[in-house]
Design a protein around this ligand. Structure first.
Ligand code: PGA
Length: 234
């Protein structure tokens, strides 16, 4: 595992955006696993700038997102499909047909199977971007008794609902379920980039140096052959 500590969050985001740019320039049909949340927004802004400046071409790139809330449609402004469209896809030259965010509506089990198929289609992701929750979750894999292997519907923990309520009018509006790649699904990626702001330092430290346990889901990254953790010192 490689750990990069930058001097600022802006530098963290620049480092990651550059890694993605270099990957896509080397492999124009790269498959990217993408994440939502506050953490990646400045990274996506930098990718948009790079794309507009002609430094990177997304026209052949495929993307698959980690997770989606259950019970809200992709047109809802808090859905992860809406997030990806408005924070990235609508502003770069990607073909939207090549972007996949699970549906959170209808048959959740069928939607989970569809996401698992998309993860397998065309082979493993060249790169998976990950944030981390204050409870150590990656995707929506909440602390639990065993590492979930495959994509699955999940009940969100109270701490995740509270953390995400900042984006909703009322805490009662936060979906209580989601569909997420499992830990086994995430570990299939060839390379994993975990990004964390200074507010996540404590949980990152626990995940990287503590025991590997499903009670700290991100700790499983210690077992992957190509993980880079990028965090900032302030
Ligand atoms: P955040 O979420 O980027 O909004 O802090 C990260 C996560 O919960 O995985």
């Amino acid at each position: 595992m490689k750990v990069i500590v930058t001097n600022s969050y802006d530098e963290t985001c620049a480092v990651i955006a550059n890694m993605i740019k270099e990957l896509v320039n080397a492999k124009p049909d790269a498959k990217l696993g993408l994440a939502t949340g506050g953490t990646p927004v400045p990274i996506y802004k930098k990718l948009i700038e790079m794309n507009k400046a002609g430094e990177v071409d997304f026209s052949r790139v495929h993307t698959v997102n980690l997770d989606e809330y259950c019970g809200i449609p992709g047109t809802h402004d808090q859905s992860y499909r809406y997030f990806m469209d408005t924070n990235l896809f609508d502003h770069i030259n990607i073909d939207k047909k090549n972007t996949f965010v699970a549906s959170g509506m209808g048959d959740f089990e069928a939607n989970a199977r569809e996401l698992e198929e998309k993860v397998r289609e065309g082979g493993a992701a060249d790169l998976q971007l990950l944030g981390i929750g204050h409870n150590g979750h990656i995707g929506f894999n909440e602390p639990c008794e065993s590492f979930p292997a495959a994509v699955h519907p999940v009940e969100l923990t109270e701490s995740t609902i509270q953390a995400n309520s900042r984006l909703f009018d009322r805490v009662e509006d936060v979906p209580t379920r989601a569909i997420t790649m499992g830990i086994g699904t995430i570990l299939k990626a060839r390379r994993i980039l975990l990004i964390a702001g200074a507010d996540k330092r404590e949980i990152v430290e626990k995940a990287l140096t503590g025991p590997v346990t499903p009670w700290v889901p991100a700790s499983v990254l210690q077992l992957h052959r190509d993980v880079t953790v990028i965090t900032c010192g302030e």
